[in-house]
Design a binder for this molecule. Sequence first.
Ligand code: GRF
Length: 214
Amino acid sequence: MHKRRVAILISGRGSNMAALIEAAKAKDFPAQIVLVASNIAGAGGLAIAAANGIETLTVESKPFGADREAFERAMHRELEARNIELICLAGFLRLLTPWFVTQWEGRMLNIHPALLPSYRGLHTHERALADGVKIHGATVHFVVTEVDSGPIVIQGAVAVRPGDTAQTLADRVLQVEHRIYPAALRLVASGHITSGRGAVAADTDDVFISPRLD
Ligand code: GRF
């Protein structure tokens, strides 16, 4: 089996990155994590990746200032040099230009802490709580030029509990993120892409009602 060569792009603690690295240790996993790259020097995830024997790289975005594309060209060169086939954005806090997105169209995934297309952008948990939604969650999707859009690969939902704060909700959503991102990468890397209508059924009950009906 050819394991697809994956780079994970991070800016911070890298807990989703760590989940991907763990999953990719399985013999039958169709992808290998060959590079973890950060745009922020000293990002927490870099040490975790290095401890797992994965090559790490920092291409700081700051020195490039407003010239996003110049930063991206530098990053792109590094990815090409390693024959990267797929990119997973995992807490990569940098808006990407159409140039970069086009280079990686159909080959770049992102995880977003909300059930898209609801709550694109920042502060998703605060906004979900403010709206009083009863079901919230996370989405893995292909990256397109429009932010937090693009074909959805997989979603995971949690019930919003009475008394939830943005933090408690974020913690539960994060647990879901750590399950769905490896699953999404498995689907995409193996060619079993299940984005799109009617392509997949939920893994348990197809209905999720919150609050629970007793
Ligand atoms: C996650 O909540 C992810 O959904 C969002 O940024 C956060 C990154 O967390 N895109 P981590 O660095 O993976 O721990």
